[in-house]
Ligand binder design. Structure first.
Ligand code: GDP
Ligand code: IMO
Ligand code: MG
Length: 440
């Protein structure tokens, strides 16, 4: 019998609609756990027309019977976390007693943002187009073994020394390299010591909590952030984020073993978007791109930046499914393609004049991809809000069938609008879910 867990992750460059899908599925799971990233994520959930944007708090928190865990693989900005909890409380979502933050998660401090902003804007430096949340520098400190973990915030002597030493180092670097004004270590210590007290009730050994839950027969959904092509190892490096967004990240980022992963669900848009810099082979540079952006409301949930839009890229989707061991695909935003005469689908690449469908590792290779397109027939009837597969227009079904046959994974769900209810659940997927998500 498979473990009662599922990883839900982004198959592309983020913003695939993971938030909506996690919310739709969360009522079948006892716990939803985030395993990577930080408040660079923006997960939108719409329930009966009411909009929630979650950044650090897992979307499962919106389901009354679901507990939520922020795993050790996440980098936590304590201010952003407490503000998000407050915003949720203001709209009637009480997280007390059901939201847990890993004691081993690393903390984002103001000098991480300072270094990132200075580096991103420094003349001559390669710009990644980050979300400016201090994510990269916080992971740098983690890997350098000089980070501050959530548990360390509770030790005031350690907190003070850490902030003093780190400020000395970061201020010196930022002044020397970027001419940045220094941050005040004493003020920072006092502020974070107060914040630690407010954070304390949420802090737990979440790896223990999750493993105990599994032993007790409870089910867990791992909520991915960002997307496969933004993964630090498998993404379009260096235009990536600094964490493991792929399925493997779910075990490292929460402390459950690989044998505890029941299934992997990849979320893909019916087209593709990307925010920030970096290669994007199927990007649309004409007015159709603007049309998709307008219809799909493709503006970043965190930074408000317009998202770059492109056609579905099958070699990239196959790559993503391979890296993640994706069993099930969820196709979102099908409705955005309504009314197009034909829909180009990228079936392969030409790199340096040679046909290939392997995703190049190097930026030069990625940038020189010439996509090969096949035109599929569009559909003129609206799909928005359709909840039964049989009611989809024939050409939309053909589009989905083609995606499935070329992607290496089964389509289990289709999203036809942003609302929780605008979803098609296919019977085979429902059966598979019942096996992994039932609580014994
Ligand atoms: P995430 O980061 O993967 O959770 O995705 P975001 O929330 O950043 O971006 C997805 C956007 O698309 C949000 O505004 C969602 O409300 C919206 N959305 C999700 N699914 C659908 C869908 O099927 N159709 C349409 N039109 N919008 C959708
Ligand atoms: P969700 O979870 C889309 C992108 C940024 C930038 C790169 C590095 O909502 O899908 P970072 O701040 O992480 O160092 O920026 O990654 N990026 C995202 N793009 N959705 C996200 O999250 C993203 N999180 C980071 O735009 O290109
Ligand atoms: Mg998002």
């Amino acid at each position: 019998m498979p473990a009662k867990t599922a990883v839900v992750l982004g198959a592309q460059w983020g913003d695939e609609g993971k938030g909506k899908i996690v919310d739709v599925l969360a009522d079948r799971f006892s716990i939803v756990a985030r395993y990577a990233g930080g408040h660079n994520a923006g997960h939108t959930v719409i329930i009966g027309g009411k909009k929630f944007v979650l950044q650090l708090v897992p979307c499962g928190v919106l389901r009354p019977d679901c507990r939520a865990v922020i795993g050790n693989g996440v980098v936590l900005d304590p201010m952003a976390f407490l503000q998000e909890v407050e915003r949720l409380r203001e709209v009637g979502v009480d997280v007390s007693g059901k939201l847990f933050v890993s004691n081993r998660a690393h903390v984002i401090l103001p000098y991480h943002r300072m270094i990132e902003l200075a580096a991103e804007n420094a003349p001559g430096r390669m710009k990644i187009g980050t979300t400016s949340r201090g994510i990269g520098p916080a992971y740098e400190d983690k890997m350098k073994r000089s980070g501050l973990r959530v548990v360390d915030m509770l030790n005031t002597a350690l907190l003070r020394t850490h902030i003093q030493n780190a400020c000395h180092e970061k201020n010196t670097i930022a002044r020397a390299l970027f001419g940045t004004d220094p941050l005040d270590a004493n003020k920072m210590y006092e502020e974070y010591a107060r914040v630690a007290e407010r954070l304390a009730p949420y802090i737990a050994d979440t790896a223990l909590l999750l493993n105990q839950a599994l032993r007790a027969g409870e089910s867990i959904m791992f909520e991915g952030a960002q997307g496969t092509l933004l993964d630090i190892d498998h993404g379009t490096y260096p235009y990536v984020t600094s964490s493991s967004a792929t399925a493997g990240g779910a075990t490292i980022g929460t402390g459950v073993g690989p044998t505890a992963i029941g299934t992997v669900i990849g979320v893909t848009k019916a087209y593709v978007t990307r925010v920030g810099e970096g290669p994007f082979p199927t990007e649309i540079h004409d007015t159709t791109g603007d049309l998709l952006r307008a219809r799909g409301q493709e503006y970043g949930a965190v930074t408000g930046r317009p998202r770059r839009c492109g056609w579905i890229d099958l070699p990239m989707l196959r790559y993503s499914n391979q890296i993640n061991g994706t069993k099930w695909l969820v196709v979102t935003k099908l409705d955005v393609l309504d009314g197009l005469d034909s829909i180009p689908v990228c079936t392969g690449y030409k790199v340096d004049g040679k046909l290939t469908d392997t995703v190049p590792a190097d930026v030069r290779g990625l940038e020189s991809i010439e996509p090969i397109y096949k035109n599929l027939q569009g559909w003129q009837q609206p799909t928005e809000g359709i909840t039964e597969y049989a009611k989809l227009p024939a050409a939309a079904k053909e589009y989905l069938k083609y995606l499935e046959s070329e992607s290496g994974a089964r389509i289990g769900m289709i999203s036809t609008g942003p609302d929780r209810d605008q979803t098609i659940l296919l019977p085979e997927f429902a059966t598979a879910l019942a096996a992994i998500s039932a609580t014994s």
